[in-house]
Ligand binder design. Structure first.
Ligand code: NAP
Length: 274
């Protein structure tokens, strides 16, 4: 039976095994998908071991997405731009690296939340593996402006520099900032690890326009603080569960050549967790 996994640290909270098992069931595929906790300095060994065991591919989560991109012998254009991979496929001629986070988030905002970001002002908070993967696909939605704000502002600056050509060709203004962000936005995306670590919302409530969409990439109990902050300040609050299911459906496509019904599985997962 084909084997896949998600590698990360931490990884215990991951719902990916449930999602991929359900995708496989609905598509009539036989596969096994598990979570693997990898030591912070053990990612390369973890990949080697899994390949030796016959693994066909894996998802990569915090904090290994940049390392995964460096490990891939070939990368998709979107992974190249992100310099981060959340999906690896073990091909006969080496590791293929992709990034499905961005298309996952863009698809969740457009189809599950029903919001068109064209012409809007977006704030992307964070410049780690998650933020790097989503900036390109967000630009492709043609917003008016995207501000990337990060605790380490130099990382935000490097991220926007890499996306400057893409942004110019889509008519999107790109700016980098620290966490003391000025102005208000139609869509605010928290792509930092603050919800995961319990560190609190990293930006002031003044970033939210009335009725803004405020998304946290985190989901489950750890996202509750952000969601309460968002709705308490007049925004539409959205967790990262839709993004998770959408990026998983795209990873399934990379591995298995078909895209499973993500909206159905998201509805089932929400019902299971409720
Ligand atoms: P990462 O590569 O480790 O990056 C962490 C980011 O968080 C960096 O921007 C870092 O800023 C920032 N940060 C950490 N602690 C902070 C604090 N106390 N205050 C302010 N900023 C802080 O992690 P990642 O892979 O981007 O993941 C980030 C989050 O997104 C995680 O919660 C992850 O689970 C989630 N995620 C979810 C999905 C999904 O499908 N739903 C997909 C991808 C990611 P510095 O650069 O200054 O260190």
């Amino acid at each position: 039976m084909d084997m896949y996994c998600v590698m990360g640290n931490p990884v215990e909270h991951s719902k990916s095994p449930w999602i991929h098992a359900r995708f496989a069931q609905l598509m009539g595929h036989e596969l096994r998908y598990e979570k693997r906790l990898v030591a912070l300095d053990g990612f390369i060994d973890g990949i080697r071991t899994f390949r030796e065991e016959g693994g066909k591919g894996c998802n990569v989560t915090v904090p290994f997405k940049f390392e995964a991109a460096m490990l891939a012998a070939r990368r998709s254009p979107r992974a190249e731009l992100a310099q981060a991979c959340n999906t690896l496929r073990f091909d006969a001629d080496g590791i293929f690296g992709d990034n499905t986070d961005g298309v996952g988030l863009a698809s969740d905002i457009a189809h599950n939340a029903g919001i068109d970001i064209a012409g809007r002002d977006l704030l992307l908070v964070g410049a780690g593996g998650g933020a790097s993967g989503v900036l390109g696909p967000l630009i492709e939605g043609r917003p008016r402006r995207i501000v990337v704000a990060n605790r380490t502002s130099a990382k935000a600056a490097a991220l926007i520099e890499r996306h400057a050509t893409l942004a110019a060709s889509h008519g999107t203004q790109l700016q980098a900032s620290g966490l003391d962000v000025a102005g208000a936005f139609d869509v605010v995306i928290n792509a930092t690890a603050t919800s995961m670590s319990g560190a609190g919302v990293p930006v002031p409530a003044s970033v939210l326009k009335p009725g803004a969409l405020a998304c946290d990439m985190m989901y489950g109990p750890a996202a509750q603080g952000f969601l309460q902050w968002a709705s308490g300040n007049g925004a539409i609050a959205r967790d990262g569960l839709g993004m998770l299911v959408e990026q998983a459906a795209e990873a399934f496509l990379v591995w298995r050549g078909v895209r499973p019904p993500s909206a159905q599985v998201l509805a089932e997962l929400r019902a299971t967790l409720a």
